[in-house]
Design a protein around this ligand. Structure first.
Ligand SMILES: [Zn+2]
Ligand SMILES: [Zn+2]
Length: 243
C-alpha cells in the first residue's frame, strides 16, 4: 500500500445510511442526484442502504429472484461506474416479515444476494443473525424512532444506529445512545437516512483511512476505529405531528 503523506492527517467522511428512489419509492432522488449532493457536501463515500422488505417484493411482483436482485443492484452498479471521486458501497436496510424494525446490513455482496437473499425476509432477526453473524454486520436502524421502532434484543445484532438524522422523524437518538452505553461491546453507527435533498449529509462517520470496499468498512467498524459525525436532534414541540 502506498501511503500518501497529505492523507495522513485527513479525515474521511462517509454516510452509512442512504436511499435512492429507483429501489426505495419513498426516496425522491435518483442515485445520480444523491451522488452529486454528497459530493457537494464534501463526503468521500456513501453506503447505499435501499429498503429490502415486503414492499420491495410487491414492487417487483412477477419478477424471478435474479431479476429482483438485478433491480435492487441497478443504482449501485450505476454508481460504481461514476467518475465523481465518491465511493459507493453496497448495503441494505432489511425489514423481516415478522418484525416492524429495520436493520442495516454491511458487508453485503452481490453474490450473497443472488445466491442466498431470496429467503431472508422470512427468517426473522434471530435466525438471520444465527446464519449471518460471521459474514455481515447487522445494525438496527433508528432503534427508538417514535411510532415505528423499538430496540431489538442486543444478542441478535452487532450494533445500534446511534445517530439517525432524518428530519421527518423523532428518532430519539439520545435513548439509543444510553442503550449503547450499557452495552459497550455493540457497534454504534451514524447515518443520514437520506431520502430527499434536505436530508443529505447531516451525519455519518469520520475515518483516518480511505474506505474502498466492504472489507475495510467492516474491519474499522469491528475495531471501532472511526468517529461519529455529531448531530444535534431538533426538539419537537409537544404534540407536533410527524410525517
Ligand atoms: Zn424509506
Ligand atoms: Zn433508511
Amino acid at each position: 500500500m502506498v501511503l500518501h503523506l497529505d492523507e495522513l492527517e485527513k479525515q474521511f467522511r462517509y454516510d452509512l445510511h442512504v436511499h435512492s428512489k429507483e429501489v426505495s419509492p419513498c426516496g425522491r432522488m435518483t442515485i445520480d442526484e444523491v451522488g452529486d449532493e454528497y459530493k457537494k457536501k464534501g463526503y468521500d463515500g456513501i453506503w447505499l442502504t435501499n429498503h429490502f422488505h415486503r414492499e420491495f417484493m410487491e414492487e417487483t411482483e412477477g419478477m424471478n429472484w435474479t431479476e429482483r436482485v438485478d433491480f435492487f443492484l441497478e443504482p449501485y452498479r450505476r454508481a460504481s461506474e461514476w467518475d465523481k471521486g465518491l465511493f459507493v458501497g453496497l448495503g441494505a436496510e432489511i425489514r423481516f416479515y415478522d418484525d416492524p424494525n429495520d436493520y442495516l446490513l454491511y458487508g453485503l455482496t452481490e453474490e450473497m444476494l443472488y445466491r442466498e437473499g431470496e429467503d431472508w425476509l422470512s427468517f426473522g432477526l434471530r435466525e438471520f443473525f444465527r446464519r449471518y453473524a460471521h459474514r455481515l454486520i447487522i445494525v438496527q436502524a433508528h432503534p427508538n424512532r417514535q411510532d415505528s421502532s423499538s430496540p431489538a434484543d442486543y444478542r441478535f445484532i452487532h450494533g445500534y444506529e446511534a445517530i439517525n438524522s432524518s428530519p421527518r422523524h423523532e428518532n430519539r437518538n439520545g435513548k439509543t445512545q444510553e442503550l449503547l452505553c450499557i452495552c459497550p461491546w455493540l457497534i454504534p453507527t451514524a447515518g443520514s437516512d437520506s431520502h430527499r435533498p434536505e436530508d443529505v449529509g447531516r451525519s455519518g462517520i469520520l475515518t483516518d483511512c480511505r474506505l474502498t470496499g466492504n472489507q475495510v468498512l467492516t474491519k474499522i467498524l469491528k475495531e471501532k476505529r472511526y468517529r461519529l459525525i455529531p448531530f444535534q436532534e431538533d426538539r419537537q414541540p409537544e404534540g407536533k405531528e410527524q410525517k
